[in-house]
Design a binder for this molecule. Structure first.
Ligand SMILES: Nc1ncnc2c1ncn2[C@@H]1O[C@H](COP(=O)(O)OP(=O)(O)O)[C@@H](O)[C@H]1O
Ligand SMILES: O=c1ccn([C@@H]2O[C@H](COP(=O)(O)OP(=O)(O)O)[C@@H](O)[C@H]2O)c(=O)[nH]1
Length: 240
């Protein structure tokens, strides 16, 4: 029997910063990042064009305790810099596994990474390189989930994949409410009306307006990314 073929040509993968910690209390866990890259390499080798947006919650978050008493915009810029660090680590791990990765930053930091230039990003994707979008949207008061929606729409991705600690969207936060049940699929309107905390409303609204579906799935489930890419039922689909 032939191996299943990908149903998407181009995807935008959002990796939670916190997931990079693995079981550590802070920072980047080597085994975890290598496992994530192995999963990404598998779908790249299926011929899928992959762009990644990575969060920064494992290092710094503008709204977290460590930022209490700080100016919000300043704290958010620190959060964006945290995503640059994660992006460098991720791209390095990709290069070590034989992928060609390019980091593009939404804020100017040219000695470290190249700036985000849309035509250049499209060219890299066509060449089979993996892009890591750093520094979120480049604006305070936003999140990397919104950056994933924005970049996903800009590069013409067919799907945004949100890889996170939970295995889908639940009726309530499953970490806090053990009676919560998982949706197989739901509409953006439903997700927003029910105020489901899995993603912020800005990200949901942008994807809804652009008719860009999102699939939420577990980052800890080996092979889950490949299953999503070949169209198997995995996690939760949020659709317009
Ligand atoms: N309705 C919900 N369904 C699933 N997860 C939810 C829901 N509401 C809140 N969450 C929380 O959202 C988190 C996933 O978002 P993510 O951005 O990856 O995490 P973080 O913000 O911690 O980096 C999950 O760990 C989960 O606890
Ligand atoms: O467009 C953006 C993206 C991120 N951030 C800041 O960067 C932090 C880390 O990103 P995020 O919380 O989205 O990471 P994740 O939850 O995925 O780990 C956020 O808390 C914000 O402070 C920001 O200001 N603008």
């Amino acid at each position: 029997m032939n191996a299943p073929q990908p149903v998407y040509k181009r995807i935008l993968l959002k990796l939670s910063g916190e997931a990079l910690m693995g079981d550590d209390a802070f920072g980047i866990n080597r085994t975890t990042i290598e496992r994530m890259v192995t999963d990404i390499a598998e779908v790249v080798r299926l011929g899928v064009e992959v762009a990644v947006v990575i969060g920064g919650g494992n290092i710094f978050r503008g709204v977290a305790g460590g930022a209490e008493g700080m100016d919000r915009a300043t704290a958010d810029y620190m959060g964006m810099l945290a995503t640059v660090m994660n992006s460098l680590a991720l791209a390095d791990a990709m290069d070590r596994q034989g992928l060609t990765a390019r980091v593009m930053s939404a804020i100017d930091i040219q000695q470290v990474v190249e700036p985000y230039v849309r035509p250049k990003a499209l060219q890299y994707l066509e060449e089979g390189k993996v892009i890591v979008f750093a520094a979120g949207t480049g604006n305070p008061f936003f999140t990397t989930d919104t950056a994933a929606a924005l970049r996903g729409a800009e590069i013409g991705a067919q799907l945004v994949l949100k890889a996170t600690k939970v295995d889908g969207v639940y009726t309530a936060d499953p970490v806090k409410d053990p009676t919560a049940t998982r949706y197989t699929q739901l509409s953006f309107d439903e997700a927003m009306v029910r105020n489901l905390g899995i993603m912020d409303a800005t990200a949901f609204a942008l994807c809804r307006d652009q008719k860009l579906p999102i699939r939420v799935f577990s980052i800890n489930k080996p092979g889950a990314l490949r299953r999503v890419v070949v169209g198997e039922d995995e996690g939760t689909l949020v659709y317009a």
